[in-house]
Design a protein around this ligand. Structure first.
Ligand SMILES: *[C@@H]1O[C@H](CO)[C@@H](O)[C@H](O)[C@H]1NC(C)=O
Ligand SMILES: *[C@@H]1O[C@H](CO)[C@@H](O)[C@H](O)[C@H]1NC(C)=O
Ligand SMILES: *[C@@H]1O[C@H](CO)[C@@H](O)[C@H](O)[C@H]1NC(C)=O
Length: 410
């Protein structure tokens, strides 16, 4: 028996070593998060291994697991009819409440974009499916969960174009009539990379005076909004906090913009926005200037990282770093003034916290009504972790607060 015990002990120590991660005690349910993170990390490691062996792209490996484990068919319930369809050629899952309040009654509508770094995930995943069902029931709303194309097959601006196409299609008068949706009560929303797409699409539609029907509100859940500064206080503070590590976010950006991973170190040192690079004008720098856009409590005593000399290669190779359709935080004030009222969720333990906070500030300065919903114990992605086996109290809390905001404002 002795070798057995020794082996068990050794394995337990190895497992504990793999799982254990020092986390701030202000984060929600740290032990659960460690286990969730270990599962994610093991998928990532398997993906990287298969990638290095030349078997498959690392994103394909992760998406294979996600699809096998998480994606479910369109299952209607007594209260919500669920259909997989496509909007202007873009796949989408539609959730329609079946409870008829009264005849000719018009429902609310929400266009939703899932997260996953423009590369992973699907609106057909269990977690998003559940979120959209709750929204459909609670809001008496038709929810359109858009499955825009993903990297590595697709790169910017393809994801953005899919998002814009699907949103524009849903707002067509005959489509709204078909779904019995009130044209004055449609929201656009999304989390993480989906929040990026929602913000970019709503800016574009606000500026375009040809679309008669506009979104009434936008709800952005821990959105990613800029790639000029990878050293905001939240990037500095949360670089090693699961589930979105700082280098992973840089890789997602490079995958989206079709840049080489060899640029990761340059992005992480802000080399691409060094002070001697005239390709990044002063007016654009001001739009990500957290020394001005963040409250002192969030700035803490972090220092700005802006090297004197950099490599012009990055912005030359990836001009989309300066494109507002990829980085909505870079929009001009004039564009921001035209966008609808916003709900912005941010989490303290998230590298993207300051992307959201800076956007909230810029929108407010442009005169847009903003509801800030900040979670002191939140971490990136928490809102979709509201059901077994990955159920966090901050997940449930943030999801219902988000739905409540829509109930009161849509
Ligand atoms: C619509 O926008 C275009 C370009 O911004 C502008 O030239 C045109 O005058 C606008 N039309 C209306 C009716 O406002
Ligand atoms: C992405 O980059 C590769 C290599 O640099 C290039 O061959 C390909 O055409 C690019 N794809 C798109 C969609 O721009
Ligand atoms: C930025 O990158 C360039 C090119 O790789 C390098 O020569 C330069 O030293 C870097 N600057 C800093 C501050 O790291």
């Amino acid at each position: 028996m002795k070798p057995f015990f020794a082996a068990t002990l050794l394995l337990s120590v190895a497992a504990a070593y793999y799982v254990y991660l020092p986390l701030p005690n202000t984060i929600c349910e740290p032990w659960k998060l460690m286990i969730l993170d270990a599962v994610f990390r093991s998928f990532m490691h398997m993906g990287d291994l298969a990638h290095d062996l030349g078997l498959s792209h690392h994103i394909h490996v992760i998406n294979y697991f996600v699809t096998k484990v998480e994606v479910k068919g369109p299952q209607s319930s007594n209260t919500v009819r669920v259909t997989d369809t496509s909007f202007a050629g873009v796949p989408a899952r539609v959730f329609e409440p079946t409870t008829q309040v009264k005849e000719h009654h018009l429902k609310r509508g929400v266009v939703y974009f899932h997260g996953g770094g423009w590369a992973m995930g699907s609106g057909r995943m269990r977690s998003y499916d559940l979120l959209c069902r709750n929204m459909a029931e609670e809001l008496d709303a038709v929810i359109v969960s858009v499955d825009y194309c993903l990297a590595p097959e697709a790169h910017f601006p393809q994801q953005y174009h899919d998002a814009l196409k699907a949103a524009t299609f849903f707002l067509r008068p005959e489509v709204l009539v078909q779904y019995s949706v009130d044209p004055k009560r449609v929201a656009i929303s999304g989390d993480s990379a989906g929040g990026n797409l929602a913000a970019a699409v709503v800016q574009q539609m606000a500026a375009d005076n040809r679309t008669a029907t506009k979104f009434k509100v936008q709800a952005l859940i821990y959105p990613v909004l800029q790639a000029l500064d990878f050293n905001t206080p939240s990037y500095q503070q949360n670089g090693n906090i699961p589930i979105l590590y700082r280098p992973v976010m840089a890789r997602f950006w490079l995958e989206y913009l079709n840049g080489s991973y060899s640029l990761v170190p340059l992005l992480l040192t802000n080399n691409h926005t060094a002070l001697d690079l005239t390709k990044v004008p002063e007016t654009v720098r001001a739009r990500v200037d957290w020394m001005h856009l963040l409250q002192p409590a969030f700035r803490k005593d972090y220092r700005r990282v802006s090297p004197a000399h950099g490599s012009a290669q990055v912005v030359e190779e990836l001009p989309a770093l300066l494109d507002v359709r990829a980085a909505p935080l870079l929009a001009e004030d004039e564009v921001l003034r035209a966008v609808p009222p916003a709900y912005i969720m941010t989490c303290e333990h998230d590298v993207l916290r300051d992307d959201g906070l800076m956007y909230a500030q810029r929108l407010e300065e442009a005169g847009v009504a903003v509801t800030r919903d900040h979670y002191e114990d939140g971490f990136h992605g928490c809102m979709v972790f509201s059901s077994w086996p990955a159920k966090f109290s901050v997940g449930t809390r943030s999801m219902w607060n988000y739905i409540q905001w829509l109930k009161e404002n849509l």
